[in-house]
Design a protein around this ligand. Sequence first.
Ligand code: ADP
Ligand code: ZN
Length: 529
Amino acid sequence: RRTADNGGIERAREVLADVFGYRDFRSHQADIIATVIAGDDALALMPTGGGKSLCYQIPSLVRPGLGVVVSPLIALMQDQVEALTQAGVKAAFLNSTLDYREMVALEARIGQGDLDILYVSPERLLQDRTLALLARIDLALFAIDEAHCVSQWGHDFRPEYRQLKVLAERFPSVPRIALTATADERTREEIVAELRLGEARRFIASFDRPNIRYTISDAGSMGARERLWRFIETEHAEDAGIVYCLSRKSVEETAAWLSDKGRTALAYHAGLETRVRSKVLDRFRQESGVIVVATIAFGMGIDKPDVRFVAHLNLPKSIEAYYQETGRAGRDGLAANAWLAYGLQDLIQLRQWIAQSEGSEAYKQVQRQKLAALIGLCELPSCRRQSLLAYFGERRAEPCGNCDNCLNPPQTTDGTVLAQKALSAVYRTGQRFGATYLIDVLLGRANERVARSGHDKLPVFGIGKDTDEATWKGVFRQLTAAGQLTGDDDGYGMLLLTDAARPILRGEEKFLVRIAPKETKTKAKRASK
Ligand code: ADP
Ligand code: ZN
């Protein structure tokens, strides 16, 4: 491997100032950049807005040769190339939007070495024609952006990403850097394995967004929309924000409803013409106090720093999605709100979507687990931030003081004994079963499966008889949300103990169970007629 001289990081600082106009590197940027400049592989986990782009842009400029950036998002590629070109960097993108003539011209430029940074879609990169072209020229690095797309467990699986392992085989001397904003432990391991990054140095920035206040509530009898209005009226009377809805129809209705209340509220979804959508984007950026009501199609690549709130009128699909979407609030570091209200109907809807989706059974199982983890977070009686960060593999010792549960602790009951029973059932049955089975064991149901495994002979068999099934479900969800239990890697729905389970089993730590408010249940029945 080509190693840069010690001046590498000095050069990087000059480029930071001269090309990008910034004085200092942020948290891990300098180390990541130094690693790649030195010719080593890197895995960078940084939250959205953390400054991942510079981690490959600067080494591309400092190292000799072309920096190749794999990105799954065409719109993002175009934005980045535009910004780089304005900064005087020779950048271009290669994807399906180019016509044949443009492509040939670009290839000629690449062949002549007249380019610093090339953004390319994975499909295009993997074509023989492209790989052969790259084999003929000097390469500074490969950057694999949105690396979680390689993971089936990740929320954005792209099969082409799995083939990127050929880069390690065909270009062994070119350093590779994989970047992502969403990677829990298992996604991280999948990235490393699938992309052959076993030797890569890992950089993990904190995912904490301390200025974002998390609030999650049941839509309850008031309904999510009415609750939303109360929230906006009292806390964000003049602020810009984003409201996420599940369907286009509810986007349209909610935008109209907020407009009636006197706010500038614009609908945004994939069904609108491109022209209309870019108009919405422009107004959101330029005018103050605009609320965009959107499906999740809105957000990728949005870089408006002063979004003061992100509200969800429905459950997002997963904790990753929730984190990603709420992460668009408060990028300027000032106080911002992440607000979510959900109803039982959302749950039913999301479960139906999973059941009816095209994916394999294993895929569906993963989606179900993710949804369960999200519900766990919603039902959690303790600090939301601790649980959110635990999901991303980050331990935080103290409650945050800046989430709804920290500020207004919900009604809870000491569930330590329940938790111990549940965790023991997981342990005694060999960490090979899902919640449904474990609940059968706890309730002492000697059905065929239980009997076949001989689990009706275990000391835990029937120890949970005095508690109802719904409570047990809640206990398992909450233990999963709090990180004492985790799903298995293969998506079979098995629950496994984590290190965090030990203090509870030993009685060194208490476990609080949230008492669900009664009101929601009656309302949900009426709503789902
Ligand atoms: P990510 O890709 O991690 O979401 P970006 O690379 O888009 O984040 O960076 C987010 C914002 O932070 C951009 O506006 C970028 O210009 C800015 N930024 C990145 N690094 C620095 C830095 N060292 N100093 C100041 N601003 C930075
Ligand atoms: Zn908290």
